[in-house]
Design a protein around this ligand. Sequence first.
Ligand code: FMN
Length: 170
Amino acid sequence: MKEKINVFDYSELITKALRPGILLNSNGEKFNAMVIGWGHLGVIWGLDTFTVYVRQSRYTKAQLDKAGEFTLSIPLDGVDKEINRVCGTLSGRDINKADYVTLVEPETNNTPGIKEYPLTIECKIIYKQDQDLEKIPDNVIDRYYGKGSDVGDFHTAYIGQIVDAYIIKD
Ligand SMILES: Cc1cc2nc3c(=O)[nH]c(=O)nc-3n(C[C@H](O)[C@H](O)[C@H](O)COP(=O)(O)O)c2cc1C
């Protein structure tokens, strides 16, 4: 069973959950979920939206570009350490993350939610933009983009129009 919600009634819970991490689910070639810590719930062009930031190197990037949509799964009782370890450190290129979570059929898009993380937001991608590294402050470049193996591994911002939001119940 799913209880429909007004997502803005949960904005404090959702934005606080970003620090330990929420899940960005995609369904391009197959189901995949990755932990994200950066994102915005808000409004643009008169639409309720959630914006996510995905590095070029993530398996999730190709999935989003193929599917044009995503689903967010947010815990209500804190993170499950094993789910966050798998989805936050391993790649869907190497493993099947659907083996580590309980998938729940979506309502409006084609990307499942996750029973263990019941607050669910379904989004259609309406805009995407690669970061322009020349416009990012030097201290941020040094910290996130400038050195070692991450050089060039910038983020793409994806704005998702919220098309459904609910809490998965037993
Ligand atoms: C707390 C936390 C927050 C993260 N936030 C992001 C994020 O906002 N964007 C991003 O591209 N990667 C982020 N990551 C890294 C991805 O979750 C990680 O690289 C993941 O294994 C990618 O999976 P994939 O290759 O299956 O897409 C975060 C990881 C953790 C642990």
